[in-house]
Design a protein around this ligand. Sequence first.
Ligand code: 5GP
Length: 218
Amino acid sequence: MTTGHGTDGVERRGLMFVLSSPSGAGKTTLSRLLIERMPGLRMSVSATTRAMRPGEVDGKDYLFVDKARFEQMITGDQLLEWATVFDNRYGTPRAPVEAALSAGQDVLFDIDWQGTQQLREKARADVVSVFILPPSASDLEKRLHSRAQDSDEVIRNRMSRASHEMSHWAEYDYIVINHDVDEAFAEVQSILKAERLKRERRTGLVGFVRSLQSQLQA
Ligand code: 5GP
């Protein structure tokens, strides 16, 4: 992976920041806040075969594609990872992620545990993963209903799958319980800020410290 400039001027490798959670745990809101408020972070826009929901924008929320196009993307090795979720397919287009990382940007992924496993296998050192938990089952149900974008059957389906999705929590680097969106956002933001400062990612540190030392010895 190539390097770009860190926010403090020292070169570093871009990182892949993954947020996963059961549907309705507030991950979409947290992703939006991160993109709005954290410079140097870009959202990975996934391709999906699921139908567009009211208010969603093609190319912004997802790239909405048909099954044949999705197959082509798989066979053409255009996806960094992909999975089947709720009978639909979802995948991460490779090119925009590689371009962003090369430009020294961090990339935010809203993907499930299957995709997270695949990214981790490919680039363990560059993946930082966060699992968002709801504070209670009733809270999760309430949020799914208040979105009112899916039918009752879809909501029941998502509730029953939430527990299965949650069973993967221990595979993640960090766990955030979303009691309050501002608090959860502050926690996720702190994780990203700290991970950006990790020594191993800061490829420009050797040169930076050398130049400090040579100035001190002059
Ligand atoms: P939704 O249909 O509610 O937008 O998303 C359903 C689930 O699919 C969410 O858990 C979301 O994180 C996951 N998802 C969205 N995009 C991707 C992707 O590109 N890859 C994988 N593995 N999961 C995704």
